[in-house]
Every structure is written in C-alpha cells, then in structure tokens.
Ligand binder design. Structure first.
Ligand code: T3D
Length: 258
C-alpha cells in the first residue's frame, strides 16, 4: 500500500494503490503511519517527501471500505482517532520538513494530507477537492486547522461548504501550493526541494515548525517567549556556529543536524 525509499537523506513515502486512486483503507493508513514514524525517528532522514503513484495523489477515505463499515454498523470504525489524527499530528510536528508532491487529484482526507505538509509542489494537472460535504461529512484529517491558515477563514469556509474542486493554477493564486510544474516534473521538482531542505539546518527547521505552530494559537508575548527559548537552542548548535563562520569566510556552510 505504501512504498518507503531513502536517498540523499530524504525519505520518500509513496501511497501506492493507483488502481483505487490511492484512497485510504485502514491498512493503508496503518502503513502510512508506520512509514511516517520510521522517517520521523530516523536521524539519517532530514526531509520527507509524500506523494502518490499513478494519476492521483490521494482520493481520501476509501469509500468502498467505508460503505462496508456503514453496512456492518461499524460507522467510522474509529479511523479518525486511530489513523487520521495521528498521521496528521506526526506530519505537522515531526522535527524535519515534509514536502508533498501533489501529482494529481487530492480529495477529502487526501487534500488534508497535502495541507498538513510544510510545502506543496503540484502538477499542472493536480486538483484539490474538499469532498467531505459532498458525502455528508465534516472536514477531518486536520483540514479545519490547516486550510484556514493557508488561505484564510473566508476561503476555507467557501472551499469546504461548496466542495468545488480547485485546479492547480487557482491553488497557486490562493497560496495553497508552493509551486506548480508540468506533470512530468512534479516528482523531480519536489525531490530537489526536499534534498535542498535535507541539506539545510535541520534543527533550525524543527524550531521553525514549532514556532509557527505555537504562534498560530498563542498571544504575541507567549510567542516571543517561545522564540527566545528556541533561539537559545539554535544558537547552541554546531550548525549555527559553522554557518556563521562560513558566512564570514565567504564559504557555503555544511549543515550536519548537530
Ligand atoms: O471513514 C470515513 O469515511 C471518515 C473519513 C473521511 C475522510 C474523507 O476522505 S471523506 C472524502 C472521501 N473522498 C471522496 O469523497 C472523493 C471521491 N472521489 C471523487 O470525488 C473522484 O473520484 C475524484 C475527484 C477523486 C476523481 O475523479 P475522476 O473523475 O478523476 O475519477 P473517477 O472516475 O471518479 O474515479 C476513478 C476510480 O477511482 C473509480 O473507480 P472505477 O469506477 O474505475 O472502478 C472510483 O470509484 C475510484 N475512486 C475514486 N475515489 C475513490 C474511489 N474509490 C474508493 N474510494 C474513493 N475515495
């Protein structure tokens, strides 16, 4: 269901059910969570790339499995708490950057997964569909938290209530994606970006993710206090000392996540 590959300090996690548009069964979600946990825990991994195989990024919950659960009286079968929530929390909080290569349609929880990543590179053919309301559900997999931070509360409400698909050009206009590239270039562009991040100041990136997430829900004085704490941590790193030395020596710094 999931492919896990490692090269150049980047772990690439690929949703691999192209015949079902990489929609998410319980088993797929368990494997995805395990892959992400592996990437988060491995110190040799300094950036993560999330993508899909075939023509879709991810069509969200596998609705065939969901229909079977409804039929059997199992409802959601606890998948929101057991799978979606820990997946999104891990993407958002892992101490390294996560890049989504959105190779095709991202619908429902598939769109939410892309929104939870730190950066999104989209194919010109990609589409984002907040498909939840279309099947009588509310947003999950963190979309209520991430989408309004990316596009503002007004746009988020519009996208979620109307459920109309956004093409890649509109997603770029709204600031929902970082870059839009031709379909044949999406993986390479996202890989290059992930490799660039993997060669960067991993500890400072981790602190940046913490600062952004914290400041989104805290006051200015509290956010300033955390910035001071995180800067104390960053200034004590070898990476910071080396980068400062390299700047003054007009050299390119080498960051080693230490
Ligand atoms: O347990 C819970 O449900 C709670 C959690 C919910 C989180 C969610 O993600 S809710 C939202 C679930 N996803 C959707 O509602 C999206 C459903 N899919 C679509 O709207 C469209 O398929 C797409 C916009 C993704 C793509 O459209 P298009 O025209 O490119 O392709 P298509 O012809 O609709 O689909 C191609 C095949 O993929 C088709 O199968 P077939 O007829 O060739 O055998 C279709 O049934 C299948 N497929 C697409 N999405 C799903 C799916 N199969 C299972 N689950 C899907 N989500």
């Amino acid at each position: 269901m999931i492919r896990y590959e490692m090269a150049d300090a980047v772990a690439t996690v690929t949703l691999d059910r192209p015949e079902a548009m990489n929609s998410l069964t319980a088993e797929t979600k368990q494997e995805l969570l395990a892959g992400l946990r592996r990437a988060a825990a491995d110190r040799a991994v300094r950036a993560v790339l999330l993508t899909g195989s075939g023509r879709a990024f991810c069509a969200g919950q596998d609705l065939r499995e969901h229909a079977a659960n409804l039929e059997a009286g199992r409802g959601l079968a606890d998948t929101v708490r057991a799978h979606y929530n820990p997946i999104v929390e891990l993407i958002a909080t892992m101490a390294k950057p996560v890049v989504a290569a959105v190779n095709g349609v991202a619908a429902g929880a598939g769109a939410s997964l892309a929104f939870a990543c730190d950066l999104r590179v989209a194919s010109e053919k990609a589409k984002f569909a907040l498909a939840f309301a279309g099947i009588g559900l509310a947003p999950d997999t963190g979309a209520s938290w991430t989408l309004q931070r990316l596009v503002g509360p007004g746009r988020a409400a519009e996208l979620m209530l109307l459920g109309e698909a956004l093409d890649a050009a509109r997603a770029l206009e709204l600031g929902l994606v970082t870059r839009v590239v031709p379909p044949g270039e999406v993986l390479k562009t996202a890989q290059d970006l992930a490799v660039r991040l993997a060669q960067g100041p991993t500890l400072a990136y981790a602190a940046t993710k913490r600062a952004l997430a914290y400041a989104a829900t805290h006051s200015l004085p509290d956010s300033l206090a955390l910035e001071a704490e995180l800067q104390d941590e960053c200034v004590a790193t070898r990476d910071h000392r080396e980068a400062t030395r390299a700047f003054l020596a007009k050299e390119v710094p080498a960051f080693n996540a230490e």
